[in-house]
Design a protein around this ligand. Structure first.
Ligand code: UFG
Length: 345
């Protein structure tokens, strides 16, 4: 049943590209659609180097309905969709809310409409633990309450989950698996693909590797006065290849009708809470490289602590985040070194 066609929207991005690799390794045919707003064509070369297969690529914006119509018409064999195509910077979303609502919501609605027209079996959707806000208790299960979003970005994830659920309960002829990611980090072990932050990194690990490389003077640790064991915030850092593998399982689950539920939701995390200072320490020990850093004030809007209870995904999907954090840190550093070799950063 493999060698079926999967449309990966946002497939040249960070999580998308790692997922395309895993899909191809599992025998699926992939067509990527991406507008390259936050990625580039070299990612396709990286995917081809790793897998030996060059995925089909269509450069288009998913908010462009005629372009999506054309895409689905020219690939009548699309059986499933994975949607990574979205803007994802929390801070930017505060400044440009319309951009975020338009990009993230119109993309989703266009894909759903085309899927219904073309008989696509299901959609895997990239959601986020941001829907839980500051959780009342950790680790967080899928039953934890959804908290009011604190950014337009976070709100697009909540609304997207609602759109999918409502469209399917209104009778749309497809299924969905909604995946709530915790903090994806690291790169493919080949160092052929990885995270390519645009400008100054907003996320922790890209900043760590850039500070370690000397691209940034020092890492600012946003607060050491939180009520946590070492005073820094706690997250659940999940290896991006482990995360990508969950998508392959989710796709297979939909295409092979393994569940009676039309919409399923899974947390994707390791189940381990790791503080900012612990993450830096793990990076330094794993790579032997020192990260210049200073403690600064808290960052507005930060969650104090959040980590996953991944039991539902472990048991139902038979998936587990397996990569040790030290290996993930080494993969991120190898990728940073590769970017330096190529003269990119
Ligand atoms: N941090 C620093 N210094 C930095 C960057 C981050 O100390 O330069 C700290 C943050 O304060 C936070 C931790 O590192 O405590 C993780 O920060 P990230 O920005 O990497 O990740 P967040 O958990 O804040 O945000 C991520 C995604 C969002 C998503 C959210 C869900 O970036 O898209 O997880 O919780 F919404």
């Amino acid at each position: 049943m493999k060698n079926q066609r999967i449309l990966v929207a946002g497939g040249t991005g960070y999580i998308g590209s790692h997922t395309v690799v895993e899909l191809q390794e599992a025998g699926y045919n992939v067509v990527i659609v991406d507008n390259l707003s936050n990625s580039n064509m070299e990612v396709i070369d990286g995917i081809e180097k790793i897998t030996g297969v060059r995925p089909d690529f269509v450069q288009a914006d998913c908010t462009d309905m005629p372009a999506m119509e054309k895409l689905f018409d020219s690939y009548p064999d699309i059986r499933g969709v994975i949607n990574f195509a979205a803007s994802k910077a929390v801070g930017e979303s505060m400044e440009k809310p319309i951009l975020y609502y338009r990009n993230n919501l119109n993309t989703l609605m266009n894909l759903l409409e085309q899927m219904a027209k073309h008989g696509t079996k299901g959609i895997v959707f990239s959601s986020s633990c941001t829907v839980y806000g500051e959780p009342d208790e950790n680790p967080v299960t899928e039953a934890a309450p959804i908290k009011k979003a604190t950014s337009p970005y976070g709100n697009t994830k909540q609304i997207s989950e609602e759109i999918i659920t409502e469209v399917i309960s209104a009778g749309a002829p497809f299924k969905s698996v909604i995946l709530r990611y915790f903090n994806p980090v690291g790169a493919h072990p080949s160092a052929e693909i990885g995270e390519l932050p645009n400008g100054v990194p907003q996320n922790l690990l890209p900043y760590v590797t850039q500070a370690a490389m000397g691209i940034r003077k020092e890492l600012s640790v946003f607060g050491d006065d939180y009520p946590t064991p070492d005073g820094s915030c706690i997250r659940d850092y999940i290896n991006v290849v482990d995360l990508a593998k969950a998508h392959v399982i989710a796709v297979e689950r939909m295409l092979e009708d393994k569940s009676d539920d039309k919409v399923e939701i899974f947390n994707l995390g390791t189940g381990n809470g790791v503080s900012v200072l612990e993450l830096i320490d793990t990076f330094e020990k794993a790579t032997g490289v020192t990260v210049p850093k200073k403690i600064v004030a808290r960052r507005a809007g930060d969650i104090e602590k959040v980590w996953a209870n991944p039991k539902h995904a472990n048991e139902v999907l038979g998936w587990k985040a397996a990569t040790p954090l030290a290996d993930t840190m080494r993969s991120a550093w190898a990728w940073q070194q590769k970017l330096r070799e190529r003269g990119i950063m």
